[in-house]
Design a protein around this ligand. Structure first.
Ligand SMILES: Cc1cc2nc3c(=O)[nH]c(=O)nc-3n(C[C@H](O)[C@H](O)[C@H](O)COP(=O)(O)OP(=O)(O)OC[C@H]3O[C@@H](n4cnc5c(N)ncnc54)[C@H](O)[C@@H]3O)c2cc1C
Ligand code: SF4
Length: 325
């Protein structure tokens, strides 16, 4: 690991004043410290933000508010989250391990970097780590890689599970930077790789994530997250589905659907949502509504199974929420 300056600011103002070229914010450190040890990230200054007042899990008329420094384990265990938004607690329960969830923050989770093995190996070409160097994954080991939103420059999946649930719920991110506070819908926060995969999101230089708000959605009580992975102990998704169903008398009034493990960012499936609305809540509906979920997919040598896996994952998740046969 390279030498770096360290500071632990006590206020948002102090954090922003100390931030600059080459600085990095440290929350739980479960991504940042790993990448520093591998010399994938080499910040000259690390700003520990854990003393900042970015906590709180509250519910009001505007929805559910969660501070960026809330630990994943505290959010998943919170009764309000479990009762009102089970899709969030389920996605967190299936993320990483208990030890990691105790340490890792919600803000850090949303900003974690890709798990593409080549990104983490500085001896290989990777456009995301070193712009213009090439992409070792396109003709390499790519079982875990994306099939939606990829480009000739990068096909890395977005690794966060809870981001998939939050995108399905229309979550709004709260940011604070040198120019003040602003909000951005989480769905548009993440960028497609295009030919600049190293620019992953719309965060401005030195801007902090202070928290996020999940808008009210009464019927999110009927929601879940299904994650398919190679091993059950802990692993990243090969495919996952965040779904919520508004049912009335065996009929679907409305649906929310997003997928993980298949896209270069959390992948909202509005076409599937539209195809589910006003239809009977039956497996036949789920089959037909998800038939085109992977349209436009571009598979690689190792992940041709993903379009079918995505469709099956969606059908299983939807069936688990409502089957009016
Ligand atoms: C073995 C292992 C398995 C894992 N499995 C999963 C999994 O199955 N699913 C899943 O979703 N995740 C998984 N993860 C990832 C884990 O959830 C993330 O490492 C964690 O959530 C990051 O949070 P952190 O607080 O530790 O972030 P840090 O490591 O402190 O920071 C991560 C990044 O975000 C930036 N950052 C942090 N907070 C802020 C903020 N408030 N504002 C601006 N920038 C900020 C940092 O500068 C850094 O770039 C796994 C991690 C490991 C090591
Ligand atoms: S898929 Fe993306 S992250 Fe992985 S090697 Fe290629 S450019 Fe790098």
């Amino acid at each position: 690991m390279r030498p770096y300056e360290f500071a632990a600011p006590r206020s948002l103002r102090e954090a922003l004043d100390r931030a600059g070229d080459g600085s990095a914010y440290l929350a739980g450190g479960t991504t940042l410290v790993d990448l520093m040890k591998l010399e994938v990230l080499t910040p000259s200054r690390v700003l520990d933000i854990n003393r900042l007042p970015l906590h709180g899990i509250t519910l009001d008329d505007q929805g559910l508010h969660i501070g960026a420094l809330e630990r994943m384990s505290d959010v998943t265990e919170h009764p309000l989250v479990r009762e009102r938004y089970p899709v969030i607690s389920r996605a967190l329960d299936l993320s990483a391990s208990q030890q990691l969830r105790n340490m890792a923050s919600m803000g850090g989770n949303l900003l974690q970097r890709t798990r593409c093995g080549y990104f983490r190996d500085v001896s290989t070409p990777c456009n995301r780590r070193e712009p213009g160097s090439g992409c070792a994954a396109l003709d390499g080991v790519n079982r875990h890689h994306a099939i939606l939103g990829t480009s000739d420059s990068c096909a890395a999946t977005h690794p966060s599970d809870v981001a998939v649930a939050l995108v399905a719920l229309d979550t709004v991110l709260h940011l604070h930077g040198p120019e003040g506070a602003r909000t951005v819908p989480l769905d548009t926060f993440y960028r497609l790789p295009g030919d600049t995969p190293h620019i992953e999101n719309r965060l401005r230089p030195n801007e902090l994530v202070t928290g996020f708000t999940v808008p009210p959605l009464g019927w999110a009580t009927r929601s879940t997250y299904l994650k398919i992975r190679d091993r059950q102990s802990y692993d990243f998704a090969l495919a996952s589905a965040a779904v919520a169903l508004h049912l009335r008398g065996g009929h679907i009034v409305a649906a929310r659907v997003a997928a993980g493990g298949v896209g270069t960012r959390p992948w909202r499936l509005t076409g599937v949502e539209a195809a589910l609305a006003d239809r009977p809540a039956t497996p036949a509906t789920y089959q037909s509504a998800t038939a085109h979920a992977a349209d436009g997919a571009r598979t690689l040598s190792g992940n041709a199974f993903k379009p079918e896996l995505l469709r099956r994952t969606l059908v299983r998740a939807l069936t688990s929420l409502g089957d009016a046969r």
